[in-house]
Design a protein around this ligand. Structure first.
Ligand SMILES: Cc1cc2nc3c(=O)[nH]c(=O)nc-3n(C[C@H](O)[C@H](O)[C@H](O)COP(=O)(O)OP(=O)(O)OC[C@H]3O[C@@H](n4cnc5c(N)ncnc54)[C@H](O)[C@@H]3O)c2cc1C
Length: 513
C-alpha cells in the first residue's frame, strides 16, 4: 500500500520504530510502491543517549529487522545480559537476589514456586529453580562460542552503548531497509480541517507531509504534547525517583571481568545501576530529589565507584538527568502516535522503556491502518493496550519497593505507605498472599512481565504465599516431579559453570572473529 509514515526523532525510539515498520512494509508490493518511511530528526537537539539495558525481546527485534548478532555486538560495544541482581533491596547490606531471564525449570508445566516454598527454602528461590544466578555470580556467558547467533544455553538480552546502537540502527535502516533520513528541526505543525496533522514545517522553511506521524521526540513531545496537548499523567506519587547521575566509568585494567547481568544496588534514596560493556561500565544513581540532595547522591555514587577494584581511580564527572515519572493519558491521537519517552518514562529499573518501544512499534507495524476509518479503531485499541502496559510497568516496578523491609530512610518507609501503592498492585498483593502468580496472571498477547518475573521478585524479596489449602494439595501430587526438577537444576548449574566461557572471553572471541 502506498502511504508515507513520518517518524520524528532519531533516538532509540525513532530508529527502532523505523526499522520495525520498514522491515515489514517498505518493500515494493505488486501494483505499487511499498510504504515510504521517513525519519526526521533535529540537528539541534541531542538524543537522551542513555538506556543501555534490554530484555531478551531485543534478540527477536534485531533478527526481525535483519541485523546480524556479531555486527550488533561489535558495532555497539555490547555484552550479554542474563537478568538483574538486586543488592540490598530486602533488608540492606549483605544480601541480594536475582531476577534472571530464563524461566524456572519445568515452566510452564509445573509451578515450582509452590514446591520450593513447601520444602526447599533452605536454598534461595532463584537457586532452587534456575541455574542463571550462579552462572552470573561467576561472570559467565549465556552460551558457548559455537552456539549459533541469537541461540543460547541461558536466555539473554543485552547491555549496549546507546549512542553506537543508534548509529547502527540508522546505517541499517537507511542502507538496507530504504528508510529516508532527513535532518530538520520541526517548528510548526500544519493541521488539516479534521484535526489530523497534514505536514510539519521545518526551521528551513521546508514542509514534510505524511499519512501517519510517529512522535519519537523524547521529553520535547512536540506532536503528542505541545501540538495536541494530551495530558501528562504523573506517577510520582508511586515511583519517587526523578533525577539520575550517570557516569561512563573506565575499567582499571583491559581484562577486568564483564558482569553478565545488571547490578542494581539499593541506596538510602534510590538505587545505583551498573551495566558492564566490553570497554567501560555505565554506572549511575537514580534517586528521589525529595529524599536526598544531588550533593549527597554524588558522594554515594563516588563511594560506590571508588570501592570497586575493577574500576579506575580517576573517573569523569557524572551527567545529571532530570525527569518527571509519568506517561501520556492517551498515546495515539488522530494520525499521530507517540513511542518512547514522548509517550512516557518512569525510571530505569528493570529496563522497561526499550521493551515498551519494541512492543509499541511491533503493534503499530502489525496493525498499520489503511484509511482514516481503520485509523480510529486502531488508535482506540492501541490506547487501551498501551494503558495496560503502563499499569503493568508501574505495578511491577513498585513491587520491588513495597516488599522491602528497609527502615533506614524515609525513602524506603514512604514506599510502603499504602497511599503510595497503586490500588491495582494492592489488589494483586492481597491475591498473591493466598495464590501464587502463575499462568492465568496475564493475557499473553499483551503482557510485558510474565508470572516468571513476578515470582522471581516476590520470592526473591521474601514474600510468603499461604499455600496450606486445596491449591497445595493439588501441587503436592507433583512433588516427585518437582523434587527431580530441582535436583536436575542443581546438576545443570554445575555443568554450565564447568563449561561456559566467561562473558569477557566470549566477547573477546566475537571481536576477533
Ligand atoms: C537515566 C536513564 C536511564 C535509562 N536506562 C534505561 C535502560 O537501561 N533500559 C531501557 O530500556 N531504557 C532506559 N532508559 C530510557 C531510554 O533512555 C529511552 O527510552 C530511550 O533512550 C529512547 O529515547 P527516545 O528516542 O524516546 O528520545 P531521545 O533519545 O531524547 O530522542 C529524541 C529525538 O527527537 C528529536 N527532536 C526533538 N525535538 C525535535 C524537533 N523539534 N524537531 C525534530 N526532531 C526533534 C531529537 O533530535 C532526538 O533525535 C533510561 C532513561 C534514563 C533517563
Amino acid at each position: 500500500m502506498n502511504q508515507t509514515i513520518v517518524i520524528v526523532g532519531g533516538g532509540s525510539a525513532g530508529w527502532l520504530t523505523a526499522g520495525i515498520i520498514a522491515a515489514k512494509h517498505s518493500a515494493p508490493v505488486e501494483g505499487g510502491p511499498g510504504t515510504r518511511v521517513v525519519l526526521l530528526e533535529s540537528p539541534d537537539v541531542a538524543n537522551l543517549g542513555v538506556g543501555e539495558g534490554t530484555w531478551p525481546t531485543m534478540r527477536d527485534t534485531l533478527r526481525r529487522i535483519g541485523i546480524s548478532e556479531v555486527d550488533f555486538l561489535r558495532s555497539c560495544d555490547a555484552s550479554f545480559k542474563q537478568g538483574s541482581q538486586f543488592i540490598g533491596w530486602r533488608k540492606g547490606e549483605g544480601e541480594s537476589y536475582y531476577h534472571p531471564f530464563s524461566a524456572p525449570a519445568g515452566y510452564p508445566n509445573i509451578n515450582l514456586a509452590a514446591h520450593w516454598q513447601a520444602s526447599h527454602t533452605d536454598i534461595s528461590f532463584g537457586d532452587a529453580v534456575s541455574s542463571q544466578g550462579r552462572v552470573c555470580d561467576r561472570g559467565l556467558a549465556p552460551k558457548q562460542p559455537q552456539t549459533p547467533e541469537y541461540a543460547f544455553s541461558l536466555n539473554y538480552g543485552y547491555h549496549l552503548n546507546a549512542g553506537k546502537f543508534v548509529e547502527l540502527l540508522q546505517r541499517h535502516c537507511v542502507d538496507k531497509l530504504g528508510v529516508e533520513h532527513q535532518l530538520g528541526h520541526v517548528e510548526q505543525i500544519i493541521a488539516a480541517e479534521n484535526g489530523d496533522i497534514e505536514a510539519l514545517q521545518l526551521a528551513s522553511g521546508e514542509t514534510i507531509g505524511g499519512d501517519l506521524f510517529v512522535d519519537c521526540t523524547g521529553f520535547a513531545a512536540i506532536l503528542i504534547g505541545k501540538h495536541y496537548n494530551i495530558p501528562f499523567v504523573s506517577q510520582g506519587d508511586y515511583l519517587f525517583n526523578d533525577t539520575a547521575l550517570a557516569v561512563q566509568a573506565e575499567y582499571a585494567t583491559e581484562d577486568a571481568p564483564i558482569a553478565s547481568h545488571t547490578k542494581a544496588t539499593a541506596q538510602s534514596a534510590g538505587w545505583i545501576w551498573d551495566i558492564a560493556l566490553p570497554s567501560r561500565r555505565g554506572v549511575g544513581y537514580v534517586f528521589s530529589s525529595a529524599h536526598t540532595s544531588t550533593e549527597k547522591a554524588e558522594k554515594a555514587l563516588a563511594a560506590y565507584i571508588k570501592t570497586d577494584p575493577n574500576l579506575a581511580d580517576a573517573q569523569p564527572s557524572p551527567r545529571t538527568i532530570k525527569f518527571q515519572p509519568g506517561h501520556r493519558e492517551t498515546f495515539w491521537h488522530k494520525n499521530c502516535v507517540a513511542v518512547g519517552v514522548s509517550a512516557g518514562f518512569v525510571e530505569p529499573l528493570e529496563a522497561s522503556a526499550l521493551i515498551l518501544i519494541e512492543k509499541s512499534a511491533e503493534w503499530i507495524s502489525e496493525q498499520l491502518p489503511r484509511d482514516s476509518v481503520a485509523m480510529a479503531v486502531v488508535a482506540k485499541r492501541f490506547n487501551k493496550i498501551t494503558s495496560q502496559h503502563w499499569r503493568a510497568v508501574i505495578d511491577f516496578l513498585k513491587l520491588h519497593y513495597v516488599l522491602s523491609a528497609r527502615a533506614d530512610s524515609d525513602y524506603w518507609r514512604d514506599h510502603r505507605e499504602s497511599e503510595t501503592i497503586p490500588e491495582s498492585l494492592q489488589e494483586s498483593l492481597s491475591l498473591w498472599r493466598t495464590q501464587m502468580p502463575w499462568l492465568h496472571e496475564s493475557n499473553y498477547r499483551v503482557e510485558l512481565f510474565s508470572s516468571v518475573s513476578l515470582q522471581f521478585v516476590l520470592y526473591g524479596m521474601g514474600f510468603v504465599t499461604d499455600i496450606k489449602d486445596s491449591h497445595y494439595r493439588h501441587w503436592a501430587r507433583d512433588a516427585d516431579i518437582a523434587n527431580r526438577l530441582i535436583r536436575e537444576n542443581n546438576v545443570r548449574a554445575e555443568t554450565l559453570i564447568a563449561t561456559l566461557p566467561t562473558n569477557r572471553d566470549l566477547l573477546n572471541r566475537v571481536h576477533r572473529k
